[in-house]
Each structure stands twice: as structure tokens, then as C-alpha cells.
Write a protein that binds this ligand. Sequence first.
Ligand code: HEM
Length: 139
Amino acid sequence: MEAMYTLGLEIHTVGVMVLMGVVMFNIMMLLLNKNSIRYAKRMRMVMPISASFIALILLTGAIMMAAKHLHFTLANDAMIVAGIVFIVLEAKRYATLKRRTDITKEGAFEAYKHKALTYLGIEMGLVLGLTLFMMFPLG
Ligand code: HEM
């Protein structure tokens, strides 16, 4: 069990760091892209990457919880909520671009950009906040 927990923690931590990088990449891609069609194409490539890392984090989190016999801490509860919020925001971001942004309309991509940057900002805040909380625990 100990080995399972330790390996899970290592993969979990790497997954969190890479996810932070993917969110940062998404923010840069959004800020630098002026062409909505090219952005939509790139988004279709990047979205599965962030989804895979979210899945990796959730899976390794669940494995560690099993290894420590479901001894939930406040941090673990916060992480589970953060994981769910992350999935919801990513789904909303993709749906907003795919279904609610008519990229032929003037200003539609700018409106999408504003919403997507809000979602990505919340995601970055969640991952960074949890990581700092875990690395520098209070008390
Ligand atoms: C976006 C979601 C998440 C983030 C950003 C996150 C972040 C972290 C970080 C930074 C650590 C500390 C790593 C270290 O000490 O090296 C950690 C540990 C841990 N995480 Fe997560 N995590 C997330 C989701 C989850 C989920 C969904 C679960 C459970 C199902 C989970 C369970 C754990 C456990 C068990 C530990 C080891 C510390 C302990 O025993 O409490 N995490 N996580």
C-alpha cells in the first residue's frame, strides 16, 4: 500500500504541474490568437491533452485515497471539489466555442475570449492555490 501511495503521489504531483503548464498554454494561445478558425482547430488538439491530465490527477488521487483507507482530509475534499469544478469549466469553455460562438459574426470571438479567459483564470487559481496549500500547509 505504501508503495502504491508513494508512486501515486509522484505521478499526481507531476500531473498537477503539467496541468498548470497546459492551462498557461491555453491562456497564451487565447491571448495570442487573432484568427478564430485557427484557434478552434488548435483548441480541438489541446483539449484532449488537458482532459487526459485531469483524468490522471483524479485517478492517482483516488488510488492514494484507497491506499490511505479513505482517510479524507480537508485538503482532499478541496481537491475533489477543484477536480469537479475543473471538468465543468473545461466543458463550458469548449461548449461556448463550439455551440455558442458564431465565428462569422463580428466581435463573437472577442466575447468568447473574455469568457474563456475567466474560466481559465479560475482554473489556474484552483491549481495554483491547491498546490501552494499542499506545499506550504497552514499551521
Ligand atoms: C485539480 C485537482 C487537484 C489538484 C490541483 C491537486 C493537487 C495536489 C497537490 C499539489 C498535492 C501534494 C503533492 C505533494 O505533496 O507532493 C496533492 C496530494 C494529494 N492529492 Fe491532490 N490534487 C487534485 C485532485 C485530487 C483528487 C480529485 C483527489 C482524490 C480523489 C486527490 C487526492 C490527493 C491525495 C490523497 C494527496 C496526498 C496527500 C494526502 O495524503 O492527503 N487530489 N494533490
